[in-house]
Design a protein around this ligand. Structure first.
Ligand SMILES: C[S@@+](CC[C@H](N)C(=O)[O-])C[C@H]1O[C@@H](n2cnc3c(N)ncnc32)[C@H](O)[C@@H]1O
Length: 332
């Protein structure tokens, strides 16, 4: 079976990934810096693309560069100039260009210029390929390995032995993670925006076709460190809601394994464990296991009820403090 799909979505990049490519090994500090910088770049890219969508009243289904090119050759020139200039500048000067503060008032020429700069920086820093290599290294070096170890420990504790159970791993970096090798599932479908292995289907979960029959639904979905990767709070909410559409009916009590970086629930202005519980209950989930390590928060949910009809989950300030982050999940 051919496992690679055509690249789609906001993260669609210029560089094709090859599973045969030898992965770069980064020093842990360098890997962490790179991951942080990519998060900023991808977040800015999403915000700029959304602003452009609003101005041009269109939907950006793929790479913003493609849309700019189709929409306005003049603006594409600005985009390309900024991209190439950034690559050249970063060749000489390693310092990071300043972050974008507010996109609300930007006009198309400036948006295209900023998008060009971001694209140039992503390319110059090794592309999303290097970001993924850094994340894979993060899996092993920073936090003692693959998060599905916790999932498997919990499932064993619960005596999970469902016959022919099928799981979906969203955001899979390694096809040999314990979820795939533990023997508790007859099949684990593994997807990622940028597949690094032939066994991982390159697919944006947000564009995965909705199940048409029970055969296409899952007994368990693993979504570990993916929602925090999604740059926009509303898209995160859509992802959480969409997950329920891929689970077996709630009468069968399917599971969701969910992991967030700890700062998302202990140091956000807009989010904490209570707010997460509210959201998950509104989606019909009950938390049956919860664990916090010094870096991550792990949750095992069971889907028990249908999603509330009037599901709205706005952004609310919960905690004050200049040093807090802005992580939140919104359903509008
Ligand atoms: C930080 S890595 C985490 C990987 C792994 N699950 C773990 O726990 O270490 C986040 C991964 O989620 C993937 N991802 C983010 N949004 C996605 C989406 N919409 N569909 C599929 N994969 C996605 C990214 O490509 C990235 O590889």
């Amino acid at each position: 079976m051919l496992l690679r799909n055509k690249k789609k979505g906001l993260l669609a990049g210029k560089r094709a990934l090859s599973s045969q490519k030898k992965q770069k090994v980064l020093k842990p500090l360098r890997a962490r810096q790179l991951i942080r910088r990519f998060h900023v770049l991808l977040k800015n890219k999403t915000q700029l693309a959304k602003r452009l969508e609003k101005i041009w009243n269109c939907k950006l289904e793929s790479d913003p560069a493609k849309l700019i090119k189709e929409h306005s050759p003049g603006l594409f020139k600005i985009f390309e100039q900024a991209r190439l200039h950034t690559i050249e500048t970063l060749l000489v000067n390693k310092s990071t260009p300043s972050a974008i503060i507010n996109t609300d008032s930007l006009q198309p020429d400036r948006i295209c210029e900023e998008l060009g700069k971001i694209e140039g920086e992503i390319e110059k820093r090794g592309g999303l390929e290097l970001y993924q290599a850094a994340s894979v290294q993060g899996q092993s070096s920073q936090r003692g390995g693959d998060s599905s170890k916790k999932l498997v420990e919990w499932l064993k504790e619960l005596g999970y032995n469902k016959k022919d159970a099928v799981a979906l791993e969203i955001g899979c970096l390694n096809s040999r993670n314990l979820i795939s090798t533990c023997g508790l599932f007859s099949k684990v479908v593994k997807i990622d925006l940028h597949s690094q292995e032939p066994d991982i289907l390159e697919q944006d979960f947000m564009e995965r076709p909705l199940p048409k029959s029970a055969d296409e639904q899952f007994d368990l979905i693993s979504c570990s460190l993916v929602v925090n990767f999604v740059p926009d709070p509303c898209l995160r909410g859509q992802m959480m809601h969409r997950i329920t559409q891929f689970l077996k009916p709630y009468s069968q009590k399917p599971y969701l394994f969910f992991v967030l970086p700890l700062p998302c629930v202990i140091n956000s202005r807009y989010f904490d464990n209570d707010r997460l519980s509210e959201l998950m209950r509104a989606l019909g989930f009950e938390c049956i296991r919860h664990h916090e390590s010094h870096k991550l928060a792990y949750y095992l949910y069971q889907w028990e009820r249908r999603v509330s009809d009037e599901l709205k989950f706005p952004k609310k300030e919960l905690h004050k403090g200049a040093k807090r982050n802005n992580f939140c999940i919104v359903i509008s």
